[in-house]
Ligand binder design. Structure first.
Ligand code: AR6
Length: 727
């Protein structure tokens, strides 16, 4: 603890020093060029960043630059130049849809010594058009009927930015989740912070990924082919070359490719940049591994380094052999920790030799991991902690949107801070190896403890969290899920939709007033089952199929279709849609992303499935839950009108719409009129009417009509790509 006190004392000094990697970039301005059609959310982006950021930003908007009225590009350039001269960063809020429009702003970087970034709001054309048409009071008066044609015309000429135009960083946003992540990233940037260079979030043309989920799942409203006017962005900048991933460990190589074994890959902490003596470090690694190797169940620990000639790897390898440590449980591996899977080793957890401010950049393994994970890791890390003490580790669940998750199957990054013996770095211990060894030992212990706890949590979940790219694992999962589903019966009383809470009496009044429904609602004991699972999922391992800090996933015990999952929010007080407000947007986005991941998995196994993700306007069970349901409605549990209409009337609120409404209006619309549930039975595809459930079921089993237009928009339906889709 003495050490931590010492650290606090020197904190003031450290704060003045810049974060590693930012040393030379103190107060470096940024020109952030927004690229996007009208209605893509550029102004909202700018307003958000300006509102939350401590960095001084100036919004340069051509629609209002002439005393609140539209002005010229020259005026925008002039305002940008003066703002940069005043030490401010600028947000260029104009469409900037082609290279020529961007070029003059990029040129400003040379005279002002600043970096130029782009954030591309590459949202579906339909969404931009509908927003532009609907909006009122737009600064440039681009709204109403005329907006559709203008937006369409502009999109025809769209030319996506490339790094070689002069950008240091480009962030591509394809949906609202990406936009929120980019807003968070720029909003969190203080005056002296910098961001890693490169392209982030671009649609990849990489064959492997094309074969994986990114290509696999396609929304019905997305164009089926890349239009000819679209420039496919070049490959992302990689900070680290791919090294040949040669196994130098003791384990036979074929074992490495066995996916599904909980595996922690960790670098040697403190022996590079922090200059810890490697002889002593290797002793500490081997001793701590020996202590933990029997606590990790079927898990494995792997020490990784980039180079074949790594001294720390050979020292550790030798010492582990002398101590007879089981080579199946612990081995060394040469490779880039961010690309192990492509080198044949699947690790669901990786450790990062972090800096104490848990910031991206700085070089070494820290820069490589943050770069490879994309901004998601930084955002997820910030949610957990702002700093880390030496000797401590913190596990950060990786959002499924992160590239490290989708490409490498990494579900967690554990940040570890070791002791620093490098006098050029903050809080140097000089030669105090008494303290140094103690702190390094603590660091590895804390790292392994975090891994043990992840293994325990994921233990009975087989491999659901590990990757959504691995079909083999998914098939096994499906089998397990069926078994778990059986065990779950009896836990939740029959049939949620039997008890759908309709709007009458007190309940209706509270909903209409939007007063945070749950406070006014008495949930019967039968309705608490989901709540109980969400609060302590560890107690319900036999039924849950995925647990993270934010959500729990389980199969609906009375599925109303071939595939029917529930994604539960874990936040206390979030009982149903009526409770949801702007502050829950990130939870809703996480629930959506997890639901999407599962839908993708099921579609991979059965390409005929089509999914819809959404909420009941007035649910019967307590605890906000997202339905992920296939649109076949082929289930013996679907028995009556209420069942059908709860998924096939406006009572069912699509997750995408809910997110959009909350972003725009702060609250979702609740269609909770009970009449909706007693409406006539109509086919969910052709809308034909049917007198009873058996007749409806016989019809939907053969109806091949396309889904109604409103479902084909805004990503409401998820399905496999058409056979002729090029990418
Ligand atoms: N894959 C595998 N191993 C790697 C990779 C990679 N991509 N990159 C580096 N290594 P270091 P530290 C190995 O310096 O001494 C950073 O600037 C490398 O060969 O990252 O604990 C942070 O911001 C070495 O064996 O960690 C911190 O401020 C090991 O990973 C500071 O360095 C760790 O080297 C932490 O310094």
């Amino acid at each position: 603890m003495e050490f931590e006190d010492e650290m606090m004392k020197s904190k003031g000094k450290v704060e003045e020093e810049k974060e590693e990697g930012n040393n030379n970039k103190k107060r470096k301005g940024i020109i952030l060029i927004l690229v996007g059609a009208p209605g893509s959310g550029k102004s909202t982006f700018c307003e958000h960043v300006i509102r939350v950021s401590t960095r001084p930003w100036v919004r340069v908007c051509q629609d209002s630059i002439g005393n609140g009225k539209a002005g010229t590009k020259a005026q925008c350039l002039a305002l940008s130049a003066t703002s940069l001269k005043d030490g401010k960063s600028v947000l260029i809020d104009r469409c900037n849809l082609n290279k020529e429009q961007r070029a003059d702003f990029i040129k400003l970087k040379d005279s002002h010594q600043v970096d130029v970034h782009a954030v591309v709001l590459d949202l579906p054309a339909k969404l931009c058009i509908s927003r532009s048409v609907k909006r009122t009071g737009h600064e440039g008066n681009l709204q109403g009927g005329k907006a559709a044609a203008v937006v369409n015309r502009m999109l025809q000429k769209k030319e996506l930015p490339k790094l070689n135009e002069g950008f240091t960083r480009i962030t591509f946003c394809q949906n609202e989740i990406d936009v929120q992540a980019a807003m968070d990233t720029y909003g969190a940037l203080s005056s002296s912070d910098s961001l890693p260079s490169g392209c982030f979030g671009e649609k990849t043309t990489d064959t492997k990924v094309q074969l994986g989920i990114m290509k696999f799942l396609k929304r019905v409203d997305a164009p089926s082919k890349v239009s000819s006017d679209k420039t496919i962005p070049g490959p992302s900048i990689e900070t680290i070359d791919v090294k040949p991933s040669v196994n130098e460990g003791q384990e036979p190589s074929e074992t490495h490719s066995l996916d599904g074994i909980p595996t922690l890959a960790f670098p040697s902490i403190s022996t590079a940049d922090f200059q810890f003596d490697i002889e002593r470090a290797s002793d500490i690694i081997v001793e701590t591994v020996e202590e933990f190797v029997n606590k990790i169940g079927n898990g494995r620990l792997v020490l990784v380094d980039l180079s074949r000639g790594s001294k720390i790897l050979s020292l550790v390898k030798g010492k582990a052999a002398i101590k007879n440590i089981d080579p199946k449980k612990f081995f060394t591996f040469v490779g880039d920790i961010t690309k192990l899977r492509s080198g044949g080793l699947h690790c669901n957890v990786i450790a990062n030799a972090a800096n104490w401010r848990l910031k991206p950049g700085g070089g070494g393994v820290n820069a490589a991991i943050f770069d490879a994970a994309g901004p998601d890791l930084d955002i997820a890390t910030k949610k957990r902690a702002g700093s880390l003490a030496p000797g401590k580790a913190i596990a950060v669940p990786l959002p499924s949107t992160s590239k490290l998750f989708s490409k490498e199957g990494v579900t967690h990054v554990i940040h570890v801070l070791g002791p620093n013996m490098n006098s050029k770095r903050p809080n140097c211990l000089k030669d105090d190896y008494n303290m140094g060894c103690k702190v390094l030992r603590e660091a590895y212990s804390s790292l392994f403890e975090n891994f043990v706890s992840i293994v325990r949590t994921q233990g009975k979940l087989s491999d659901h969290d590990i990757s959504n790219c691995d079909q083999k694992l998914r098939k096994e999962d499906s089998a397990n899920v069926a078994e778990k589903n059986g065990k779950f019966k009896g836990y939740i009383e029959e049939n949620e939709s039997k008890r759908l809470c309709l709007t009458n009496g007190k309940e209706k009044a509270s909903n209409n007033a939007n007063t945070g429904g749950s406070m006014n609602k008495d949930w019967g004991s039968w309705a608490q089952a989901l709540y109980n699972i969400a609060m302590i999922p560890e107690k319900h391992r036999n039924v849950v199929i995925e647990i993270s800090d934010d959500v729990v996933v389980l199969n609906d015990v009375y599925p109303k279709a071939q595939k029917h999952l529930l994604v539960l929010a874990r936040a206390e007080g979030l009982d149903r849609l009526a409770d949801v407000g702007q502050e829950h947007l990130s939870t809703l986005r996480t629930m959506h992303a997890v639901g999407l991941k599962w839908a993708e998995t099921f579609i991979k196994e059965n390409e005929s499935l089509v999914f819809r993700l959404g909420y009941h306007s007035a649910p019967s069970m307590r605890q906000l839950h997202l339905h992920v349901i296939s649109q076949d409605f082929d289930s013996k549990h679907l028995k009556n009108k209420k069942h059908w209409n709860s998924f096939n009337s406006p009572f069912f609120r699509d997750s995408e719409d809910v997110i959009q409404e909350i972003s725009e209006q702060g609250k979702p619309t609740l269609n909770d009129d009970e009449k909706l549930l007693s409406m006539e039975l109509r086919c969910n595809r052709c809308r034909s009417a049917h007198p009873n459930i058996p007749r409806l079921k016989s019809h939907i089993a053969i109806c091949k009509s396309p889904f109604p237009t409103h479902l084909l928009q805004n990503g409401r339906l998820l399905h496999a790509p058409m056979k002729d889709d090029a990418c």
